[in-house]
Structure formats: C-alpha cells, structure tokens
Ligand binder design. Structure first.
Ligand SMILES: [Zn+2]
Length: 418
C-alpha cells in the first residue's frame, strides 16, 4: 500500500515495522489506524537506562499515538508496549519507542508539526485545525522550547537589553533580556518580577564566563536593574538608552496633562486638554491632520502641559549630538531649565537624568549603535504576544509563548524536510 511506502520514507524506525493500516469511523469521524509491530527477535530498549534487554511481557492493550493528520484525516499509531527485563534497573521497565517521548501520546513528529504552527497561529486554533487539544499543543510547544533553549547558540552575545513588561492588567511584571547585537536580535531570557533577584537569575543562567564578554547593556533607570548590572557585568558599558528615556519622558508629560486636565475640570474651565493625549505624546511627524490642528490649538494656551510638551520636544535634539561632551552640555542646560519650570513631573525627570548623567552619555560613547528602535521593536513584539495571551492560564504559559515566538530558537530536527 502506498501509505506504508510513504511512512517508511518519512518515519522509518529500526526494529519496528508498519503492519496493517485501516480507515475507520469513530463517532462519525474518520481516522487512519496504523498498527506497528516490533521486528521478530528485536530486543526492546529500557525507557530508563536506554539499554536493550529481553522481553518481560507484552501488553495486551494497544497504546495510541497521535501522528500528523493527512488530507484532514486523523492518523494514529497503535502499538502494544513491551516491558523489558532490565539488568541495570532491576525491575521490569516499560520500553522506549523511537516515535514518541516518554509517556506522551503525541508522536514526536506531530509535536514538532504542532509547534511549528503554534509559532504562526493561536494555540486553540492550531488544536482545532489539526484535531487535537489545547493542552497537547501546549505540550508540544513546551517540548520545542526546552529543546531549543538547550540547543541554542549563545556565543557572540556582546550586547544585551534589559526591559520590564507589565502583564495581566495591574502590577505584574516580567523582566526580559534581549540580545541586541547587529544582525542578531532575539529574546534571551524571561524572569518573573523585576527585582534584583530576578535579574540575578539571568546572569546565573547566562554564566559568569559569558557575562564577562558582554560589552554593552541597555536598560532603563530602574534601580534594581542598575544595581545588578553594575555588580554582574562590571566590564560592560551600561547605557540608558533612548527608547527608555523617551518612554519615561512620555510618562512624565502624560502625568502633567492628567493633573492639569483634572484641575481645569475642578475649576470649571474649558476642557481644552480633552483628546490631547496622543497629539502631545507622539512625535510631530507621526501626527494626523486632526492631531496637528489640536496641537496648534493647545499651543495658544499658557498651560503647564504645553510648556512640558515643548521641553520634551526640545530634548529630542539631545539625541542628534555626536560628541558626548556637547551632548553633556546640552543635557545640563536642559535640566537647569526644566528645574526652573515649576512643573513637578518634569522636574522629577530632570533630577533623574542628572543622577544618571554618565550612563546616558554612554550612549554617545557607544557611537549610538543601539538605536531605540531595537529595544522598542522587541518590546512591541512582546506586547503583541502578551495581549494575545488572555487565554494563557499562568505566567509559565506566557513565558513559554514568548520564548516560542520571540527567542528565535532552533527547532528539533525533522524526519524529513519539505
Ligand atoms: Zn534499564
């Protein structure tokens, strides 16, 4: 039969043969059942120590293993497991079969197949398209991620970015570490929370030798991160990068706007700040026509928000400098001006910039090679995945999903390629 030929082409295993095949209907659903038999005189392999031994007994029940469906028809392998009289292990052990892992009911080929699709589609969709369950898809992804993390190449990681990501509406955080080298940008590691202990977890996973070869680290001004980076990667140039600084600046500006909007409302004044959020937070070039009109209107009022907006926009010039000395002079002047502005959130921002002056100027010393786009791009990918993750039951599931989609992990080898 042709199916057998195909099976022997894609999935041939030493010591076993494909025996009978049949197409049946179970509860009205068609499926192909493929019976597998051990070759005569073949010795089963112990699943614990992986040594062959004599047969202790053969199960009377057939175990089912889900295989890759074809033409919309489910395919299962049926096999009577043997038990091995294992000399090493003492007591009889169940045998190891080459098409599946441990007690799993998915064949390895089907696991890989599901994992590949789970990179492109939501897991529930993968499950329903290929006639399996969400938890089996999850299982397949866990296996692929574990394999990928074990086999990934971590050489040449000389630039990393550390970031925090909020998840599940509220104050739940993940610490994520990216590789941000030119030509190789990927998620490396995820830890729950954003404490010093969390980030220490990264460095102990990454290892002391590799940590010593890190040349650049980008992060935001979060104190626990700063502490750990200065102690675990002493030799690296630590950069407070453009993306994180502008993100904080945006937060400060937004706070000014919110405070002022509620003050205007309390005083019963015209709500000029209504719908202004994005037109002050976005860069001018990205504004729509309506937003530009709104911005022009805002500029006619003497508001704290407009003054804070001008300070933020002025700060963009900072990034255009090439010399760190001149950038430093600009930074100092900007901070002095802002400290006199009497706008509290902006003053706080200026204080923090002063405090981290050196780490910020490191960006110029690193010849600006880590543009804000790198961290920002990876950050956005994480956000897309976390948003999709409402169906994810726990943070562990979310971590697996992030590794699977963003870490660029190698996949376990396939039995054949397209
Ligand atoms: Zn054994």
């Amino acid at each position: 039969m042709l199916l057998k030929t195909l099976l022997n082409f894609v999935e041939k295993h030493k010591g076993f043969v494909y025996d009978s095949l049949r197409l049946i209907h179970r509860n009205g659903i068609p499926r192909i059942e493929i019976r597998i038999l051990p070759r005569k005189n073949s010795r089963p392999i112990c699943s614990i120590c992986e040594e062959p031994g004599p047969i202790h007994e053969t199960s009377r029940e057939l175990r089912e293993f889900q295989y890759v469906p074809i033409w919309g028809i489910a395919v299962v392998f049926l096999y009577a497991m043997r038990r091995v009289d294992c000399k090493n292990c003492g007591t009889p052990k169940v045998e190891k079969v080459p098409w599946a892992r441990g007690k799993h009911r998915l064949t390895t080929s089907f696991s890989r197949f599901l994992a590949v699709w789970a990179r492109r589609l939501p897991w529930q969709e993968v499950a329903s398209i290929f006639g399996t369950t969400w938890s089996r898809v999850y299982d397949a992804v866990c296996w692929a991620v574990a394999w990928g993390r074990e086999h990934q190449d971590l050489s040449g990681v000389t630039a990393i970015g550390v970031d925090e990501v909020a998840y599940k509406k509220g104050h739940n955080y993940l610490t994520v570490v990216y590789q941000i080298n030119e030509g190789c940008r990927r998620l490396l590691w995820i830890g729950v929370d954003r404490t010093e202990e969390t980030l220490r977890g990264f460095f102990s996973w990454f290892g002391k030798t590799r940590s010593e070869t890190i040349e650049f680290i980008c992060s935001d001004m979060w104190r626990p991160y700063l502490n750990v980076i200065s102690s675990c990667a002493e030799k690296a140039v630590h950069i407070l990068d453009r993306f994180h600084i502008m993100q904080n600046m945006g937060k400060a500006l937004d706070e000014v706007r919110r405070q002022e909007a509620s003050r205007l409302k309390a005083e019963g004044r015209e709500p000029v700040l209504k719908d202004s959020r994005w037109c002050i937070l976005k860069r001018v070039v990205n504004l729509t026509k309506t937003q530009i009109a709104k911005l022009k209107e805002l500029m006619q009022y003497n508001l704290k928000t407009t003054r804070a907006y001008l300070l933020k926009e002025d700060f963009q010039h900072f990034w255009e400098y090439t010399s760190s000395t001149w950038a430093g002079k600009f930074l100092d002047a900007w901070c002095t001006r802002t400290m006199r502005s009497r706008i509290e959130p902006m003053k706080k921002m200026a204080k923090s910039l002063r405090k981290h002056r050196e780490l910020i100027l490191n960006w110029f010393k690193a010849q600006k090679q880590f543009s804000s786009g790198v961290v920002e791009g990876l950050n956005n990918k994480i956000k897309t995945t976390t948003k999709k993750s409402y169906g994810f039951r726990s943070v562990e599931v979310l971590k697996i999903a992030l590794y699977h989609t963003i870490a660029d992990l190698p996949l376990p080898p396939a039995t054949h390629e397209f």
